[in-house]
Design a protein around this ligand. Structure first.
Ligand code: PXP
Length: 248
């Protein structure tokens, strides 16, 4: 199995700074171009229904300018689904959304879904776009995702990221064992949320890991050292974790 892990850089947080003043800077489209220069393999952007950070203009421009993979994160809601299907990114990443949350708080509940996720997956597949579902590391959710025939599952690493040192080992074990279930079903294994320069390597070293989506930590570092350098630093960490995998 290839040990190369794609680094998806989520640029929502650049747009959050811009929207704090409702102005034109910093521009997430320029940030995406710099992230590419730093070694990003993909650009992730979440067009939320409340448009709190990424705007419609941004997604149009990402689609015209990004040369690496485009990963359009969205809720199972008609309006944003229509935009996604029209723009045809490489990937659509379905997530739950609630107005009160500061950021995406948990995975989709596909196991008890009444058809909303299934309908969204069908619309996306019919548009020729690859589908990924953001899920908690729960075997029931993975079984349900496999039944829907999605291309990838992005495991929610938030609980691992906020775990105490004692809990982190068991959270990592959950990610490993559910990761194995995902690859055995033939789906691609992705992960993200709360990953930082300090905690990313054990997740990158999980067997079968194909892609990590990272936003807040990279954008925070970019404020200090610039986007290109911040992405290059993360790229080096992922490469060194892949080497751990090669040596297994
Ligand atoms: N994956 C998903 C589904 C997300 O909603 C987010 C946050 O926007 C991320 C990954 C990236 O998380 P973070 O900003 O904590 O790196």
């Amino acid at each position: 199995m290839s040990s190369f892990i794609s680094l998806g850089v989520n640029v929502d947080h650049v747009a959050t700074v811009r929207q704090a003043r409702r102005t034109t800077e910093p521009d997430p489209v320029i940030a995406a171009a710099l992230a590419e220069q730093g070694g990003a393999d993909g650009i992730t952007f979440h067009l939320r229904e409340d448009r709190r950070h990424i705007q419609d203009r941004d997604v149009e421009l990402f689609m015209q300018t990004v040369r690496v993979s485009t990963n359009f994160e969205l809720a199972c809601a008609d309006e944003v689904l229509s935009i996604c299907c029209r723009l045809k990114p490489d990937w659509a990443l379905l997530v739950p959304e609630s107005r009160e949350e500061v950021t995406t708080e948990g995975g989709l509940d596909v196991a008890s879904d009444q058809g909303r996720v299934r309908d969204a997956v069908k619309r996306i597949a019919d548009a020729g776009i690859q589908t990924s579902l953001f899920l908690d590391p729960d075997p029931r959710q993975i079984d349900a995702a496999a039944k829907l025939g999605v291309d990838a599952v992005e495991l929610h690493t938030g609980p691992y990221a906020i775990a105490t040192r004692d809990q982190a080992a068991s959270e990592l074990e959950r990610l490993r064992s559910v990761g194995k279930q995902i690859t055995e079903y033939g789906m691609r294994l992705h992960a993200g949320h709360g990953l930082t320069y300090a905690n990313v390597r054990p997740v990158a070293a999980i067997d079968g890991m194909r892609e990590l989506n990272i936003g807040h930590s990279i954008v925070s570092r970019a404020v200090m050292v610039g986007m290109k350098e911040a992405v290059a630093e993360m790229r080096r960490l992922l490469d060194s974790a892949s080497l751990l995998n090669l040596n297994k």
